[in-house]
Structures are given as C-alpha cells and as structure tokens.
Design a protein around this ligand. Structure first.
Ligand SMILES: NC(=O)c1ccc[n+]([C@@H]2O[C@H](COP(=O)([O-])OP(=O)(O)OC[C@H]3O[C@@H](n4cnc5c(N)ncnc54)[C@H](O)[C@@H]3O)[C@@H](O)[C@H]2O)c1
Length: 343
C-alpha cells in the first residue's frame, strides 16, 4: 500500500509541477539574452539524434554560432536532409553526419573509438538521442532497447570520448534527460526489465534517472570536464506524438516549440555562464533545480550509489582495440559482463 500510494503521490505532484513549469508559457522567462551572444567558431560539438526535434534545433542554433557540428544519427536520408537544411539556414558548412544506431552498444563503441582516432579534439558532447519503446524489444546483443539507447548508449559514448574531451578546451558533456525521472528512484536490480509487467513509460523514466546519477558520478570523478543533465520541458516532437499520443493530444498548444525545448541545451553548450555553474547538476530553463521531488523518497543512499558504481565503473578498464569489440566491452566491468555480453 505504501509503494502504491507513494507512486500515486509522485505521479500527481510531478504532473502538477509539470503543468506549472514544463509548458510553453513557462519557458524562456528571465533569460539573459547576452548569454548566447557568443561565437564558437573552431569549437566542435557532437549531438546525437540531431536530425529531429530538440537535437535538430540545438544543432541549428550551434551551427548559427559558427560551431563545427557532428550529427550522430541512425537514418542516413533523414540526417542528410537535416544537414542540408542546417547548412542552408546557418551558412555554416562545418556540419558532418555520422551514422550510428545508439541502441547497438558495440556500434556506439566502435564509432567513438574511430572518432577519437580521426579528430584531434571535441569540445562538447550532447547526449540527446532517446527513445520510449512501449513493448519490450532487444538489440542485437540481447539488451533491452530503452536501456541500451538511453543509458548504455550514453554511457559508452561518453566514457569512450572522455579522453578526447579532456584534452580539448573548455570541455562539456550535456545529457538530455527528462523531468519524468523525478517519479523514479534509482534501481539497479532489473536493468533489462525482465521482472513483472513491462511499462515503457516507467522504464524510460528509470533510464532518465540513471542518466542523472551517471552525470553526478562523472562530475565527481572528472573535474576537467563540465557535466550537466537537463529537462527540456514538454516539447512538441515526434517522440512525444508517437510514444505518448494521448498526452500529446491532451497538451496540444501547451507543448513547447523545439526551439524552447532546446534552449537550455544550447545555453549549457555555448554560454560562459553555464561553465561557471557547479558540474554534475540537473537543469531546467537555464537553472539548476533539485533532482528530487519533495518528500518523494527517490534519494539513494551512498551504499545504493556504490552499487551503481559497480554497474558503471569509473574509469572503465582499458580496452584493447585489437580484440573483437563485443568481447572487449565485456572486460569493462563485472556487472557489465552479465548485462552486456551476448547471451
Ligand atoms: N519532447 C519532450 O517533451 C521531451 C521531454 C523530456 C525529455 N525529452 C528527451 O529529449 C530527447 C530528444 O527527443 P525529442 O523530444 O526531440 O524527440 P525526437 O523524436 O524528435 O528526437 C529523438 C531523436 O533521437 C534519435 N534516436 C532515437 N533512437 C535512436 C537510436 N537508436 N540511434 C540513433 N538515434 C536515435 C531519433 O532518431 C531522433 O532524432 C530525448 O532524449 C527525449 O527523451 C523530450
């Protein structure tokens, strides 16, 4: 009864909070316009899921400020179309497409390793690609799709690129999480969602909580890179209309535009003010905000976070580039071996 009531409490308070803070009318209130008055010519930005929604709006805004943009996308046609549009509207030709399926763990790792060899620096990584798959599906390595994309993909890409980011100037990592994570306490006992009924909304929210904890851990371990994680607000994108059609219809005009949704991503990526904030925080509308709802019992004890450390060891053991990627990945950690190796 306690857990049922707590879940109702979390969901209700979260929705009321959302109506107040996550809608179109709540966006862009007291921003300092000069914060984005910067030129980032010569700085490079990698954005996953950059061909649509929030990622595309962020890529456009960054290209307009002169940055080199690496779009990491799954679908070549959609990526090429978005690239042409960005080049056309920004007048910036330093926009590159990389085709990667972020749900395929070994593909992500291979891409990141190759990128590291090809490019001398990367200033900002924006982990934006995400999904809410409502039926349980697995990637080719037998890993649940939401977890593989939202948590493991983000983990593997970031962790592999950390050495490159570290040697670049003013390096930053921004992860697009979701306010939906506020209803979830970190869990690590069922990362593959094999127990009980499968609820895509809750699995997604759990993955988004995992991103917040990962960011906090990264910030503790690495003081050279500035890490942040954020909520874009409720934004009118393909992800929302396909994965949450009823919510999309109910919210209608109250949903934010993609530019509003991308605003905090762009601010975190470009502004000097963002770099001055403490690393590891959760942002909403250019402000660090609590990563927990009041009285919602979603805090984890240090002991529980240590369990997370075992799942995501920092830093990972060195991997040999000569061996097969999947078996190399298996060396990364004890628990990873269980979840990661093909079954
Ligand atoms: N729209 C909202 O209200 C909202 C709210 C909270 C969080 N978010 C988060 O914002 C991020 C962007 O989503 P959006 O709302 O712009 O939706 P979107 O559907 O427009 O964009 C999602 C992007 O991620 C890409 N992507 C998904 N799975 C991928 C994979 N396996 N490999 C490569 N790319 C993949 C998609 O192709 C797409 O480009 C997501 O992480 C989402 O969870 C959105």
């Amino acid at each position: 009864v306690f857990f049922h009531n707590m879940s109702m409490y979390r969901n209700t308070i979260w929705f009321l909070n959302g109506i107040h803070h996550y809608t179109r009318s709540a966006a862009s209130k007291d921003f300092q316009p000069q914060d984005l008055d910067v030129s980032v010519v010569g700085r490079s930005f990698m954005i996953t899921g950059a061909n649509s929604g929030i990622g595309r709006a962020a890529a456009m805004a960054i290209a307009k400020k002169g940055g080199t943009v690496h779009m990491v996308c799954r679908n070549k046609d959609k990526a090429d179309e978005a690239r042409l549009d960005i080049v056309d509207k920004s007048g910036n030709t330093e926009v590159y497409v990389h085709i990667v399926d972020m749900s395929e763990t070994s593909e992500v790792w291979e891409f990141a390793e190759a990128f590291k060899k090809q490019y001398p620096s990367l200033n900002v990584l924006i982990n934006n690609a995400g999904c809410m798959v409502n039926k349980r599906e697995e990637n080719s390595q037998g890993l649940e799709k939401n977890f593989a994309t939202n948590t493991l993909g983000v983990y593997v890409l970031t962790q592999t690129l950390i050495p490159l980011l570290q040697k670049s100037r003013d390096p930053r990592v921004i992860t697009v999480s979701s306010g939906g994570m506020l209803v979830q306490k970190l869990r690590d006992d069922d990362l593959q969602s094999e127990k009980g009924d499968f609820d895509g909304v809750m699995v997604y929210a759990q993955n988004k909580r995992q991103q917040v904890v990962l960011t906090q851990q990264w910030a503790k371990e690495n003081t050279v890179i500035h890490f942040s994680v954020m909520h874009p607000g409720w934004t009118d994108t393909a992800a929302v209309s396909t994965s949450m059609p009823q919510f999309h219809q109910m919210m209608g005009e109250r949903l934010r535009s993609v530019e509003q949704g991308a605003d905090t991503v762009v601010w975190l990526a470009l502004s000097r003010a963002a770099a001055r904030t403490r690393s590891g925080q959760f942002f909403q509308d250019r402000q660090p905000v609590p990563a927990h709802l009041p009285l919602a019992w979603t805090h984890s004890s240090d002991k529980e976070i240590q369990i997370q450390n075992k799942l995501f060891p920092f830093p990972p053991h060195p991997v040999s580039s000569s061996s097969h990627p999947v078996s190399s990945l298996c060396h990364i950690g004890i628990h990873f071996t269980i979840f990661w190796c093909p079954r």
